[in-house]
Write a protein that binds this ligand. Structure first.
Ligand SMILES: C[S@@+](CC[C@H](N)C(=O)[O-])C[C@H]1O[C@@H](n2cnc3c(N)ncnc32)[C@H](O)[C@@H]1O
Length: 366
């Protein structure tokens, strides 16, 4: 053990870390409890039924009253629910979901929708045995191992951004793209489309456009097809199970070829980017959205960088390494890394666009 040279300073650091981890534990149980309320439909039941007792909540959700009571008490103590009469007998107390909390927990198109953050965290924790094995062996954990929680939470977490910003702000801020997508016969390829919300948002914003969404994951394509049908755009949005880097057969050229939040997940990004070049032909635009990382490694980092590294360790890096060979990018793909992949794929550069967003950065590959 190293000698401690500055005991008071080290004592402060020890105490600060212990305090921080205690608060992190409080935050972790908040997320777990939100996941329970989300998955069991308890938040929805409270929103639909109004102030409820434990027995009423349990009956509405087909769940057990004693567990419902404990969860309600936990939620009230945590300040997520309000208790109408804390002094009443436990079984007589009624609990209310405040309207603002209902939006953050239940409104899937609200920009404040946060329940998927709990779900993705649970999905990462659920594969911990495989993660530990991968960290030992140098292997990976495939995206399919994260299951419906990973797949659906990923789709849900980006859905409000796509629905509210992609067709209303982000694409219109690129005049040439906006103009081309507004023409009759416009064509868009949405590569690694996941649950399809980006494809759906583009189709909604550009009524003349036809969109092809591509993903290697069959379950994601099933989800995307169901989402497009429910959104009423299935006649102009088609989804395909395909790795376009291996099989770019779907006929280009497309006016717009985009990849949203996926390049850093790829074991082999260069062949995929090269295929995008082909799909865009001479005149199409290749657009990449990926995480707004810091320009360079800086430690300690801000909360966004901490979050990105968390997703990288527990999801994106192991997913990227589940194929061999892999360039092993991880979530923290900095602009210079993408520019390097783009040049290897035959582009001159990955131009950073001026679109402002806290989480994402946008690039045009030229
Ligand atoms: C992080 S998710 C992003 C999904 C979606 N674009 C979004 O923003 O929600 C990454 C997606 O990339 C897909 N993927 C991985 N490798 C791929 C490949 N070679 N070709 C197409 N899709 C791929 C995965 O199946 C997954 O759906």
């Amino acid at each position: 053990m190293h000698a401690v040279t500055d005991a008071p300073a080290e004592t402060q650091r020890r105490d600060a870390l212990a305090e921080r981890l205690f608060l992190s534990t409080v935050g972790a149980v908040d997320l777990l409890a939100v996941h329970v309320g989300d998955r069991l439909g308890w938040y929805q039941a409270l929103a639909d039924g109004g102030p409820s007792t434990a027995a009423e909540l349990a009956a509405a959700g087909g769940t057990d009253a004693r567990y419902a009571r404990e969860w309600l008490e936990q939620q009230a103590v945590s300040g997520i629910l309000e208790v109408d009469d804390a002094a009443a007998e436990a079984d007589a107390r009624r609990y209310t979901l405040p309207a603002g909390h209902a939006e953050a927990l239940l409104d899937r198109e609200s920009l404040s929708y946060s329940a998927p953050l709990a779900r993705i965290t649970v999905a990462c924790a659920a594969v911990m045995p495989q993660l530990l094995e991968a960290f030992r062996s140098g292997g990976g954990v495939p995206w399919t191992a994260y299951g419906a929680d990973g797949r659906e939470a990923q789709a849900d977490v980006n859905r409000p951004l796509f629905v509210h910003l992609l067709g209303q702000e982000w694409l219109p801020s690129l005049p040439e793209v906006h103009e081309r997508l507004s023409r009759p016969g416009a064509r868009v390829a949405d590569v690694a489309c996941g649950g399809g919300w980006s494809s759906i948002a583009i189709a909604r914003a550009y009524p003349h456009a036809r969109v092809d969404g591509y993903d290697v994951d069959e379950a994601s394509i099933d989800l995307a097809r169901a989402n497009a049908a429910a959104a009423g755009v299935a006649d102009r949005v088609a989804f395909h199970v395909r790795d376009v880097s291996l099989d770019p057969a779907p006929a280009g050229p497309y006016d717009l070829v985009c990849v949203f939040e996926a390049v850093h997940d790829l074991a082999q990004p260069v062949p995929l980017l090269a295929a995008l070049r082909g799909l865009a032909g001479e005149d199409g635009t290749v657009l990449v959205m990926d995480e707004r990382t810091a320009e360079t490694f800086t430690a300690p980092g801000d909360e966004m960088e901490r979050m990105l590294y968390g997703y990288s360790v527990f999801c994106c890096l192991p997913v990227g390494r589940s194929e061999d060979p892999s360039v092993a990018t991880g979530t923290v793909m900095r602009p210079a890394t993408l520019a390097g992949y783009a040049r290897e794929a035959g582009f001159a550069d990955a131009e950073v666009l001026g679109i402002e967003h806290d989480t994402f950065r946008f690039y045009r590959l030229v």
